[in-house]
Design a protein around this ligand. Sequence first.
Ligand SMILES: *Cc1c(COP(=O)(O)O)cnc(C)c1O
Length: 401
Amino acid sequence: METQTQFFRDTWAEINLDHLYENVKNIKGHIPNDVKVFAVVKANAYGHGDVQTSLTALSAGAHGLAVAFLDEAISLRRGGIIAPILVLGATRPKDVKMAADMDISLTVFQQEWLVEAERQLSKGDCLNLHIKCDTGMGRIGVRTTEELKGIEKYILDHPQFEMEGIFTHFATADELNDEYLDEQLVRFEHMLAQLDSLPAYIHSSNSAATLRKTNTLFNAVRVGIAMYGLTPSIEMKPELPFPLKEVFSLHSTLIHTKELGAFEKVSYGATYQTERAEWIGTIPIGYADGWLRKLQGQDVLVDGKRVPIVGRICMDQCMIRLPESRSIGTHVTLIGSQGEEDITMDEIAQKLDTINYEIPCIISTRVPRIYIRNGEPAEVSNKLLSTGVQGQLKNKELQDE
Ligand SMILES: *Cc1c(COP(=O)(O)O)cnc(C)c1O
């Protein structure tokens, strides 16, 4: 596990694992007992930290994990995770031996892929496969029953392969109008009906479908965004069956303050000019941390009050307008709450004309993640520093040789 006990900057993200635990428990409670939850932890668990998030989700009753790429699955195995892991995206056939050796399940949707993959496997190997059906997402997956039957037969005829699952993915599950989702569901059920025998896992629901629907659950669901306490779409907000608790919050610290006179400029381009004497504070977070330039003008929280970012956001720093003098070291919350005030992921997403999914993903690995467990900071993950340290060790080993 890439963990460090330290970091050396005044900006950090807090990952509230207690909230994550509660969200997973609530999701489990919302669906029938026999429906298994695959916690979707692709993209470093949507920026939250793959291993820590996975361990918490599993402890809250998730059955397994799902990622997009084989590298992500390997990262989890190297982090000590032994639960079932499914790679949802395409894997190159030449890499399947690694998956078989590490007991990582892969997604298949082309028969030629199986032919090539088989060459990489030896007699005793067993590669678990989930067949992906494209029922209307138009991304990856088999579209015809002929393709499906071909793949099923090939898997059954070759002992190196095990047909462990079959799944599809909805394009519009987060929209309240179910017309297109229902069409996709009919196509998926038609495909299931073609199989000689059903595999262990049948799944179609992402977070939105899991929260909204009962007829799409089959015997497993793939839950990402809801586990992180975020609503899949704004229109779903009033319809949530239980409250979701945001897991990710973003924090910084005043590292400098000064009082500028009237008509003084702030930051690149001198785009901001003070109207009167103003207290301006500097915080050490910028676009290289994923705090994008478009967030100019966005509020942050200081002492429980909203204050605006003024002037252009720089690569590593930005400036805020304070109501009065504040001491260095004052806590600044960029996403999260202070007292009664709250800046949600949705607020930041709206400011950036995007969806909440994108926000934690773009907060870069330069920002250390502090994990909160039982209300206490329990652990720090600093990907930047841990790679650096490993790099140094490698260099040292080389020098010693
Ligand atoms: C990312 C992903 C999910 C998770 O979706 P959420 O909306 O975050 O729950 C599920 N299935 C597939 C195939 C995905 O790519």
